[in-house]
Design a protein around this ligand. Structure first.
Ligand SMILES: [Zn+2]
Length: 305
């Protein structure tokens, strides 16, 4: 099923139970039907197309690689196991794999908009997992060496036994509204007419709603009352979850924190609708690739207060 939220809607079943079975895993790794998505320095291999799509390999491609590259079981689809494989150690991998005429390794952020939503979601999962494994060869508790378990679902320290799980960093992102207006901000370096929802990491010891109120207050001095969750988006750079909310402002005056944003303004609904339609002259909003687009649209089209 096609998902409107980029990086969501993966068709893969992550098989939490089956991946505990070492014999089953070994069968999957050596099965000729099993598919491997190579990532080189976090860039997935993409077919040149058209259409652009993930370039899956079979285990034959990996047979000659020494040492064996790290793999992560992403899940199964129609009975076929799908792994990510980190081939970062291979020099000039497109030539080495003989695929230069049909596929290339590409930065996911640049290519995601050209992929089917299912492929973008699988690539996002693969990128976040491979990145996390690459950053956690050692135990943060004792400094010992860690090894992947359950086909990459987590890692265990071989010195102290601690289990370490891939982390996802929650980011609160909010469209703040007051009557027929919404509050949007512009980050340093953006085009002059480009504005988006305000966003920031949720900090330890606060709720999502508190994070929205704190971020908006810090960045714009606008106070927010009620906050309602709308939708979320996995953001694999490296591993965030954008949690989209709509908040009700209880104050109006804007005083920005220039260390965080360059400008914030209240925009009236007709101006926002023009921007969403791509015909705005004074305002540009992020494309549908970003969850901010969907939040802004939800409010502007009256689907939420
Ligand atoms: Zn340890």
């Amino acid at each position: 099923m096609t998902s409107p939220i980029t990086f969501s809607g993966s068709p893969l079943d992550r098989v939490a139970l089956a991946r505990r079975d070492a014999a089953w895993l070994e069968t999957q790794r050596t099965d000729e039907a099993t598919r491997f998505l190579p990532l080189w320095r976090l860039e997935p291999l993409i077919e040149l197309g058209p259409p652009r799509s993930l370039a899956w390999a079979t285990q034959a491609l990996l047979a000659g690689l020494e040492p064996a590259p790290p793999t992560v079981l992403l899940g199964i689809d129609a009975g076929v196991a799908h792994f990510a494989v980190d081939v970062s150690a291979v020099e000039d991998p497109e030539a080495a794999f003989g695929v230069a005429d049909v596929a290339r390794f590409e930065e996911l952020r640049a290519v995601a908009g050209q992929l089917a939503s299912e492929d973008a979601a699988i690539a996002a999962q693969a990128r976040s997992f491979v990145d996390w494994h690459g950053r956690h060869p050692f135990c943060p508790a004792c400094g010992g060496q860690t090894v992947a378990e359950r086909a990459g679902a987590h890692r265990r320290c071989i010195a102290c036994g601690a289990e370490h799980f891939p982390r996802t960093d929650p980011v609160a992102i909010a469209v703040v509204t007051q009557g027929d207006r919404c509050l949007l901000g512009r980050s340093p370096g953006w085009p002059e007419t480009m504005f988006s929802a305000l966003a920031g990491f949720v900090e330890p010891g606060e709720t999502l709603e508190e994070a929205v109120r704190r971020e908006v207050l810090e960045e714009t001095s606008v106070r927010v009352g009620s906050v309602r969750y709308r939708t979320s988006q996995p953001w694999p750079f490296p591993s965030s979850l954008m949690i989209g909310c709509i908040g009700q402002a209880t104050s109006e005056a804007i005083r920005i924190d220039p260390a965080e944003i360059e400008e914030a303004r209240w925009f009236h609904r007709p101006e926002v609708l023009e921007a969403l339609a791509g015909v705005g002259r004074t305002l540009t909003v992020p494309p549908p690739f970003a969850v901010a687009h969907h939040l802004i649209r939800t409010w502007a089209e009256g689907a939420d207060g």
